[in-house]
Design a protein around this ligand. Sequence first.
Ligand SMILES: Nc1ncnc2c1ncn2[C@@H]1O[C@H](COP(=O)(O)OP(=O)(O)OP(=O)(O)O)[C@@H](O)[C@H]1O
Ligand SMILES: [Mg+2]
Length: 210
Amino acid sequence: MNSLISNLGSSNIFWHDCPVEKADRQKLLKQKGCVVWITGLSGSGKSTLACTLGRELHSRGKLSYILDGDNLRHGLNKDLGFKAEDRAENIRRVGEVAKLFADAGLICIASLISPYRKDRDACRALLPDASFIEVFMNISLEICEARDAKGLYRLARAGKIKGFTGIDDPYEPPVNSEIEIKEKDGICPTPIAMAGEVVSYLEEKGYLLD
Ligand SMILES: Nc1ncnc2c1ncn2[C@@H]1O[C@H](COP(=O)(O)OP(=O)(O)OP(=O)(O)O)[C@@H](O)[C@H]1O
Ligand SMILES: [Mg+2]
């Protein structure tokens, strides 16, 4: 079987069109499929925002699905580590899955550190019509480290975890994110306020139809 697959050149693989299309699914769901891609340091509140946003959309009758970096590493990405090429493959797979969810008509919320700009931009390039909405959690390392919800910063500072983003591995902030969540004088917006910002954006851009 493997040899059969490896003998198939891409020129021998064809796209099979299906009768029900994205537009039909969007009409059924009364929403437009898109990807809300939340990026930022560990502890910046990505999963918190994803869950609060998911609940808010659900209460408005909108279908969303969360692809959370940690959760996906339990299954789809459990064979990958944290070196640069593994991180790139991790993001590539999530980008492809997110694209499928958006094509299904869902509001796909991807929450991953996704530290490298090139990897995030490759996911953006997969999505048509500006339907990749990048949310930058612009929360300082000081705040993230003080939270240290998983105790990972402490381990990284002690040298017990190597290649930890923000400590001894880089984080490349987005240059043109659609939404930026910022602290003000060291105070972060509440989870409800963060989710509200994203919902307002989705409403304004016509992703939530009624
Ligand atoms: N807006 C906020 N205000 C106050 N506390 C917050 C806020 N957002 C998140 N937190 C708290 O910060 C901690 C880290 O949040 P969260 O787990 O969402 O981060 P994360 O970005 O998903 O991190 P990781 O990349 O490690 O998964 C949690 O204890 C959470 O309750
Ligand atoms: Mg998280």
